[in-house]
Design a protein around this ligand. Sequence first.
Ligand code: GTP
Ligand code: MG
Length: 180
Amino acid sequence: MSSRKKNILKVIILGDSGVGKTSLMHRYVSDKFSQQYKATIGADFLTKEVTTDGDKVATMQVWDTAGQERFQSLGVAFYRGADCCVLVYDVTNAKSFENLKSWRDEFLVHANVSSPETFPFVILGNKLDVEESKKVVSNRAAQDMAKSLGNIPLFLTSAKGSINVDTAFEEIARNALQQS
Ligand code: GTP
Ligand code: MG
């Protein structure tokens, strides 16, 4: 028998503005992508059923947040009760990569998790579809970062090209299930 306490898994997506948080959520939940950038204001969630062998095991609440500070109107109260936190950077944007640690720390400060050392994070390096010359964050640097932040699982994704998004969210769901 499962010892799971909840059947709603709360997942929070954090990262700099423009890295593709909204796009990743839409790709995962609705299999859609838009080229047009529309800044997220506040925070909102979409849900998707998590299944194992075709059986529903839980509902995942995917919380998409505003990367732009001036749109972070909801504050951070909704971090509480999270079962997994997804940290996103853009492989063409070094600053977004360097900020991963601040996003993680920001989450831990406000989420009030019971054991910060073991709380599950997943890192996504997004926009993998862009031409090689535009990529400024090496895979090696990303692996080192993921390791130094506490052996966090790392996935290189493309919301646009639908690369690795489902695989990443399967891992996110697994981590959230374990945490819940
Ligand atoms: P904020 O809401 O401001 O925090 O931004 P965000 O992280 O939600 O970024 P968003 O998903 O809105 O994407 C920003 C821009 O990048 C949009 O123009 C997207 O179309 C584009 N984009 C998102 N994902 C990808 C991707 O995988 N590849 C490429 N080439 N572009 C992407
Ligand atoms: Mg957004």
